[in-house]
Design a protein around this ligand. Structure first.
Ligand code: MN
Length: 461
């Protein structure tokens, strides 16, 4: 539940940024998408711009703004058939109280638009209204379309993304709840994983605990990969069984009130990290903690990423997997053979939240930078993930072009013996504060001693 005051402040701040003297903005939340062959719909995700400004997540509604007239939420009123099949829907008065908005029946959207014919209209949110206007109660969208200004729409949308970077107290409270539900799920996985259990069974235990602890859904499809599957960055759980001697990687997060958490833990199937697993795990953990330790207002996220890349290169050189000076290795993108993704991303209403790149900054096409999803100076109230990883990815490590390019920089015989290793990633959600960092998911165990204590217990049962 978000405070109506926070929602009002958000809208006022955005309207100030927009600085419109005339025209209007329309922000549809999106229509439910039917599942073919049924009379049901896919799980509904309201457009984040709509939810950010209204606090509502109901399907088939639209938020509208006019600088003279203010904000109004057009919401559907259930007819008899809808009431029979899906229920009464949201009461408009209750909606007005929870959102702090003026709420009107969706049927009035048509006349709101008619009154602005010939004016400039910015279209944000879900543009499905242009394909299915009747579902929003709007006839003849084509007649209104010339009023939609693409440039204005893009500018206003970008300004909403900029606003969304700084989370207010309602948003932070929801993100703490989401992180709490994620903690329960990851703890269950750490306690219940056993040799012979499948990735799918582990996913079920994890997600059940998310839901028991307040999750409304998972923030994204849970990633559970054991053994070599852990090297596939977004691996969907299968019937593959956990084997003693392997590590299992779980990247999964609960969602509460539309807000995501995004957490990764990696742990041994047996009671202990063995041999190189232990060295690599400690390296990834050190890299993650160093990056979190460097977070404070003004720090460039890209510098955190490059710092992590250099520490990974340095650690891999200490272990004899890479050869050369860490700074040179990063300059040549050698680290990206083992750490091919960015250090993390903005988090909020979306798992990869909007506003990750400062205006004017475009992603690099360098192998070691192209998947960096955040490039901006951090400010208090931003929430970012910090998620370094080291993987043995066959697609990269058996590629003859890369092997030739990096012939001198990698102990390829060593790498060939580790191709079934899988991967290690450790990810937490971090709120930037005035002085440093508040790790929202920090109560989820990650030190070797804490993880081994839980795994020893699980293995003794
Ligand atoms: Mn993530």
């Amino acid at each position: 539940m978000q405070s109506p005051d926070d929602l009002r402040n958000r809208r006022e701040a955005v309207a100030r940024l927009w600085d419109m003297s005339r025209g209007a903005a329309l922000i549809p939340g999106g229509l439910p998408v039917p599942v073919a062959g049924t009379d049901q719909y896919h799980d509904f995700h309201a457009h984040p711009e709509f939810t950010y400004l209204s606090g509502a997540r109901l399907a088939g509604s639209a938020l509208a703004f006019d600088p003279g007239d203010g904000w109004v939420l057009f919401a559907p009123v259930a007819g008899i058939e809808e009431r029979v099949w899906v229920g009464d829907g949201e009461d408009l008065e209750a909606l007005a109280a929870s959102t702090g908005l003026r709420v009107r029946p969706l049927a009035e959207l048509q006349s709101w638009l008619e009154r602005r014919r010939g004016e400039t209209v910015a279209l944000l949110g879900n543009d499905d209204i242009t394909h299915h206007p009747a579902a929003y109660g709007v006839e003849g969208w084509t007649a209104l379309e010339p009023d939609v200004d693409a440039e204005l729409s893009a500018r206003l949308s970008e300004q909403v993304s900029e606003s969304r970077r700084t989370k207010d107290s309602s948003e932070i409270a929801l993100m703490r709840s989401a992180a709490g539900a994620s903690r329960a799920g990851h703890l269950a996985a750490l306690r219940l994983a056993r040799t012979g259990m499948s990735e799918r069974q582990l996913q079920i235990e994890l997600e059940a605990e998310f839901f028991r602890n307040g999750a409304e859904r998972t923030a994204y499809g849970s990633i559970v990969g054991t053994g070599s599957n852990g090297a596939v960055l977004h691996f969907s759980p299968t019937s593959r069984a956990l084997r003693d001697g392997e590590v299992v990687l779980i990247d999964a997060g609960a969602e509460v009130g539309g807000y995501a958490s995004d957490v990764t833990r990696t742990f041994p199937v047996g009671p202990r990290f063995e041999g190189i697993q232990r060295d690599l795990y400690q390296l990834v953990l050190d890299v993650q903690q160093a990056a979190i330790g460097e977070i404070r207002p003004g720090v460039e996220y890209k510098d955190l990423h490059l710092g992590a890349a250099e520490r990974i290169a340095s650690g891999l050189a200490d272990l004899g997997i890479l050869r050369g000076n860490p700074a040179d290795l990063v300059e040549r993108d050698v680290h990206a053979l083992f750490f091919p993704h960015g250090l993390g991303h903005m988090l909020g209403l979306a798992t990869h939240d909007a506003g990750g790149c400062l205006k004017g900054r475009t992603p690099s096409d360098r192998f070691g930078l192209k998947w960096l999803r955040a490039d901006l100076p951090l400010q208090p109230g931003y929430v970012v993930t910090i998620e370094p990883g080291i993987y043995f990815i066959r697609a990269l490590l058996t590629d003859s072009g890369r092997r030739e390019q990096y012939r001198d920089a990698v102990d390829w015989e060593r790498v060939d013996r580790l191709l079934d290793f899988g991967g290690i990633r450790i990810e937490d959600d971090v709120l930037v504060t005035a002085t440093g960092a508040d790790v929202l998911s920090g109560a989820i165990p990650k030190s070797i001693s804490d993880i081994e204590a839980l795994r020893a217990e699980a293995n003794s049962r």
